[in-house]
Design a protein around this ligand. Structure first.
Ligand code: SAH
Ligand code: MG
Length: 840
């Protein structure tokens, strides 16, 4: 029964003393322990050792401790319990809480603070006639989350019947009749006594006239088009009244509003009139002077429909259902970026008023004791009248049932994706393990699926196979972006027809992460080829007319151009800034020396220990390792770098060339280097020029390939390239918790997300990040198969301390002698740069 705290950070008794001084009374009680004689139910008292219990009395609270052998422990425990109780706020019932919240909202303090709702309170004083000072009840739960939560706890059904919230609030306000006047006709509340002048003076409501916001009217009928309006939201008026007027209802209390629609970063809402609604209106509210508002153009609206943030980018790569490419197979949850296939599929069904997809799972039982269970999942999608539309039964089995479900969802999404990419109405039914029953799907729905999504795809559904033609102009500079970099561009989109052109979209500064599929692929490709200061230009086919009109309000001029036929879009863009990938920024900011420097130092140590003369850097990128190695005196004579990115290789050639050919000034320390070669090729293909090197390095490369490719590389390097020593490094996924805790940006993002979701990868271009176990399994399997020894280590972090190193490293050592052979037969790689020291 003895309880002793292992870690005591603060002394609870000291805190109690600090807070209550001599008002805290500890009373110690001596008690006897009675031990049972072993018969259940029958306790025969036997005297045991003396024990203590402590009762702590505070002015408003008394607690009794558990039983301890020492008085001290009992007192300590009582103090702890008291602190626990003191930190729990007294629980009031939700109705009372709602009343006190309302009372606070109508208080003088609330009037003057900055709160989304207090703006409405202030604006209500500018309302005309009888409405002066009345605040519509309908808006309250939307601008005050406390009100909303309390209503939900009073009556959980309000989630489904939002109108009930009004009556809950009205009821609560009836209990405040001294201070709040509640109008049943107006469905609004008002203070009984006016605000005192000194309170009104606290906030100067600037009578800024002529503040207008763009809003759009979304007709209830599908065949009518969205039109734009301008609302006067000058602060001497109440914009809810302006909206009411547009909706043709008497006043603001008849206007209902939706939650924010679209992405979290948008405050755009739909406003519609209470029962007899024929129209929906979109307007918004976001930060501004007093009442929150922001412009919503039809362009923003279409972007919201496309699941984009109003500024036009996708927040997650695979969120746009068919815009981003889908892989063929679901891997694991931790490798998936963006919304999960199952969720996407559910959204799809909901959007088309179909019932939720139905999954059924089969398990292959364990056949032998050691073998593992595995799961397959089937999915069926039914029409509204319960006829089968899709039946998909993939053969792949998974260790986890949830992964199997994701996989079958993915298969259906891929089918839909293909369907949308085919021309005409050809419905190519069955494909592999998917059966499609077109007879059960209404013609309307088909048209809707196809029409809608083609429309929605618009800019993004670019033809992948077509070669993009583009032009880059301007002087090449040092700074070029690579995948994962944050780039900032300015761009203009023109509608071009013959000699005539018209701007349809323009943005002076637009940021996105290169390689994240956040923008159309064409734009990524062009920007990827530019350096800072350069401009690029390319043309694309015409997206649907709706999107063009959406992007540009001046539709008359555009209509003329469009009707002349033969139009295309031209993009012009300038690369303004490049910020390093988050990974690099983190590696520099959080480690000293930086993580990449530590990897270089690790490699240098290995080179020294093995007196290597011939080094190959697999996946050398821009040559940062080779470049740094030249700064150390080593035994190296021959170095080769290979990579699949010609752009990166070009950069590597530039830096190495200037360093090695620097014959004018002081000779570099590593003057032993006799030759350096840069090759363009994939490290999953054998090239005999790399055969049998003394040391191979492959730093932070494998995670940029698919897991299958990484395994293929492992086999090829240890069976064909046969380095004497091979160093492979890759991020340790388990360390991400620490990295991501330390970056303020990610914390912000984390808040509006599910807190249990797995950590993100360090770089957009990473296809996976492994735990220590995953990496060690991978390395041990290939080592064993090809007769190599392998040891694990890392950089960043401390050996043996959780969660391991930031960058994990495997060092493979060849056990056997190098076999004879290695003639220069296979030379598939292209030479990008070949340098030899001239013998003066
Ligand atoms: N080793 C470098 C670069 C790491 S970035 C460093 O530590 O700085 C990963 C590099 O792997 C990229 O340059 C990418 O082009 C390269 N890469 C990815 N897949 C490859 C493949 N199959 N063959 C060769 N290089 C590859
Ligand atoms: Mg990497």
């Amino acid at each position: 029964m003895e309880a002793k705290k292992e870690v005591v950070n603060v002394n609870p008794k000291a805190i109690i003393h600090q807070r209550f001084g001599d008002k805290a009374h500890y009373n110690i009680e001596e008690i006897q322990e009675f031990s049972s004689n072993g018969c259940p139910g029958l306790v025969i008292p036997q005297k045991g050792p003396c024990l203590y219990r402590c009762c702590l009395q505070l002015p408003d609270l008394s607690v009794v401790s558990d039983v301890f052998k020492r008085k001290k422990d009992a007192m300590h425990n009582a103090a702890e319990k008291a602190l626990e109780k003191l930190s729990d706020p007294p629980v009031k019932n939700p109705s009372d809480q709602l009343v006190s919240r309302l009372s606070y909202l109508f208080s003088n303090e609330f009037y003057a603070i900055c709160h989304p709702l207090s703006g409405h309170f202030r604006a209500s004083l500018h309302r005309e006639g009888d409405l002066n000072g009345f605040v519509p009840v309908s808006i309250m739960p939307f601008y005050d989350s406390k009100i909303s939560n309390l209503c939900k706890s009073i009556k959980p059904e309000v989630e489904l019947k939002p109108l009930d919230v009004t009556s809950i609030i009205m009821e609560a306000s009836a209990r405040l009749s001294d201070t709040v006047f509640c109008s049943k006709e107006l469905l609004s509340l008002k203070r009984v006594t006016p605000y005192p002048p000194e309170v009104l003076q606290l906030v100067e409501v600037s009578c800024e006239k002529g503040t207008h916001v763009k809003v759009i009217r979304v007709p209830y009928m599908v065949d009518k088009s969205v039109d734009s309006l301008t609302l006067d939201v000058s602060s001497n008026k109440y914009y809810m009244d302006a909206i009411a007027q547009q909706l043709g209802v008497p006043d603001a209390s008849r206007v209902l509003l939706s939650r924010g629609i679209g992405k979290a970063s948008s405050e755009t809402r739909l406003y519609f009139c209470a029962p007899k609604s024929h129209e929906l209106d979109v307007i918004s509210g976001n930060e501004s002077y007093d009442l929150f508002h922001e412009d919503v153009s039809s362009c923003t609206y279409y972007r919201l429909l496309l699941n984009k943030v109003p500024r036009g980018i996708y927040k997650l790569s695979r969120e746009a259902i068919f815009a981003a490419e889908l892989p063929l197979k679901f891997g694991t949850r931790s490798n998936w970026r963006g919304m999960f296939p199952r969720d996407i599929l559910s959204t799809f069904c909901r959007q088309h008023h179909l019932p939720e997809p139905v999954f059924s799972n089969t398990t292959t039982a364990k056949t032998t004791p050691g073998s593992e269970e595995s799961f397959k999942s089937e999915v069926k999608i039914f029409s509204k009248d319960r006829n089968l539309i899709f039946h998909c039964y993939p053969q792949e089995s998974y260790k986890k049932q949830s992964d199997a479900i994701q996989h079958s969802s993915l298969k259906v999404l891929s089918w839909l994706n293909d369907f949308l990419n085919t021309d005409g109405d050809t419905i190519n039914g069955n494909k592999g393990d998917l059966v499609f029953y077109p007879e059960h799907i209404s013609k309307d729905l088909l048209v809707q699926i196809k029409g809608n999504y083609e429309k929605m795809l618009g800019f993004d559904g670019g033809n992948q196979d077509k070669m993009l033609e583009y032009r880059i102009e301007g002087v090449e500079s040092e700074i070029t972006p690579s995948n994962g970099c944050l780039v900032c561009v300015g761009y203009c989109v023109w509608l071009v027809s013959g000699e005539e052109r018209e701007i349809i979209e323009k943005n002076e500064e637009f940021e996105f992460e290169l390689g994240s599929e956040a923008v159309i692929p064409d734009l990524e490709a062009v920007v990827g080829g530019m350096s800072v200061g350069q401009s690029g230009c390319f043309r694309t086919e015409l997206p649907p007319r709706e999107l063009i009109f959406a992007a540009n309000g001046d539709s008359e001029r555009i209509s003329v151009l469009l009707s002349s036929g033969n139009c295309s879009l031209e993009y012009t863009t300038t690369l303004l800034r490049v910020t390093e990938p988050l990974e690099d920024r983190m590696e520099k900011a959080l480690f000293n020396p930086s993580l990449s420097k530590q990897r270089v130092q690790y490699a240098v140590q290995q080179i020294k220990d093995s007196s290597a003369t011939f080094l190959v850097d697999f996946g050398c990128g821009s040559g940062s390792l080779l470049d740094s190695l030249l700064d150390y005196p080593t035994s190296l004579e021959r170095i080769i770098g290979v990579d699949i990115s010609v752009k990166a290789l070009a950069r590597a050639a530039k830096t190495l060339h200037s360093k090695l050919s620097n014959n004018s000034s002081v000779p570099i320390k590593s003057s032993c280097i006799k030759s350096a070669l840069l090759l363009d090729g994939s490290i999953t293909t054998f090239d005999s020029r790399l055969y049998g090197c003394d040391i191979g390095t492959c730093l932070e490369v494998i995670e940029h390939m698919s897991e299958d490719q990484a395994t293929l590389f492992g086999h090829i390097v240890l069976s064909s390239f046969l380095p004497k020593l091979l160093i492979v490094s890759t991020p340790n996924y388990e360390y991400n918790v620490i990295l991501q805790k330390s970056t303020p940006q990610s914390q912000e993002e984390e808040e509006d997300k599910n807190p249990t979701k797995p950590c993100k990868f360090r770089n957009f271009d990473h296809k996976f990040e492994w735990t220590r176990e995953q990496f060690q399994v991978w390395a041990s399997e290939i080592a064993k198969k090809h007769n190599y020894g392998v040891e694990f280590s890392g950089v960043g972090g401390v050996e043996g301390v959780e969660p391991g190193f930031a960058s994990q490293i495997a060092v493979f050592k060849r056990v056997c002698e190098l076999p004879e052979g290695g003639e220069l037969k296979d030379v598939p790689y292209d030479v990008v740069w070949d340098w030899r020291r001239s013998n003066e």
